[in-house]
Design a protein around this ligand. Sequence first.
Ligand SMILES: Cc1ncc(COP(=O)(O)O)c(C=O)c1O
Length: 472
Amino acid sequence: MSRFKYQQLANELLQQINARQWQAGEKLPSVRWLCRHYQRSLATVQHALHLLEAQGVIEAKSRAGYFVKFTLAPVQTPQFSQHIPVPNVVTVPDMFFDVMNRSGAFDILPSGPQVEFTHLNSLMRHIGRALRQQPFSKAMYYDEPLGLYELRLQITEHYRSTGLVLDAQSLCITAGCQHALFLALKASCKPGDTVAVECPAFYGVLQLLQELELKALEIPTSPGSGLDVDSLEQALENWQISACVVTPAFATPTGACMSATQQTKLVSLANKHNFAVIEDDIYGDLGFHQRPKPLKSLDTQDRVMLCSSFSKSLSRDLRIGWIAAGRWSKAVARLKLVSQLASSQTMQQGIASFMAEGHYKRHLNQYRQQLKHQRDQLINCLQHDWASDIQYTTPQGGLALWLQLDKGINCQQLYLQCLKRGIILTPGVMFSNSNNFSHYLRLSFAHPIVGSRKNALAELGRMLLQMPAEQI
Ligand SMILES: Cc1ncc(COP(=O)(O)O)c(C=O)c1O
């Protein structure tokens, strides 16, 4: 059960939308009617509607009410954790390195056929052109520490279209989003400090906390609405934190989106308790129905550090990301210099001209549809080839869904069994420091679920059907 009335109501409405009680484009009953019918307060109904809006399921039309944006096949979502947080030293399981060594983070079958991306041809042309421009001066001089101004300008232009106004001077180019997160944590925390993280969280953040000798305060996270800010507020009564790392848009592993109300509350908690908010926006551009406005747009005291990269939207191989570090900008620029000296001018120039000619926007429009299609392929496969009692999230963006299996299933053992068949899993234990998720899996739809990948998933479903009896 969800913990709060607004979450229960949002779930109830979502189920009815999924069951086609209202079709895409149809108007939901009025707020007043919903209050009466569900016996809920105005605040609860509005909160529930805002949550569904943040998830991209419904949209508000001025003076007309709320309308269904799209309908989905019915799904269940894993339950909200009741875990009470305590700061802990982080130990990342060895499995993380094994998964990374096998290139299995976003593909259950790395040996399977590779997809051809047409945008890469155009991107390569732009990078090739940049490579031929002033090769000698580029070979002899480092780029300025903050990164190429043209690229910073293109990134700020891109954010402007989401409603976030940034100054190109406040942006620093990094070697990917992981590097940006590293810079943000290093600038705002010192060894021994406590950092609030989502539970489940992106494993890269847990790894950073371990290396930087920071403690993790794992805050329960709803599979639909992300970080539970009320739990964070309670935890702040007992613990002091230096930073909170959060992925408000399409968080991994769940695909959750935080509502604007929860984001506002998080920013005001940060202002009150004086901690940094480190926003990981890497999946923000991959919303199927909308591009959520970054949390940074709610920042009132320059304490939100926005981190992202082109790794998920263009290519992991570019190793180009960025950070808008607010009040920590100077410290971050210095740390960038220490940790990387400079970024590749050629890569930055190539991406900047690719964006300036409108290719990035065009690519995103096509890629979001493709990802949505691949998500549906994955869900179809789960519905047809897997046991009916599994629960999984239905993300409205990003690259992965979060799956809860029978409690008797140990996904670490399953991981080892799957290796023998060439199938690589990302078990739930990788996403938490407290071993909460031993019967959870993250499944990615970054690749089309057809042919050998579809067969591998079906095989996994069959293996699972045989497992509980052996393991309970
Ligand atoms: C949420 C999240 N943040 C950051 C990263 C790291 O991104 P990059 O490849 O740009 O370093 C990843 C990669 O999986 C991710 O999922």
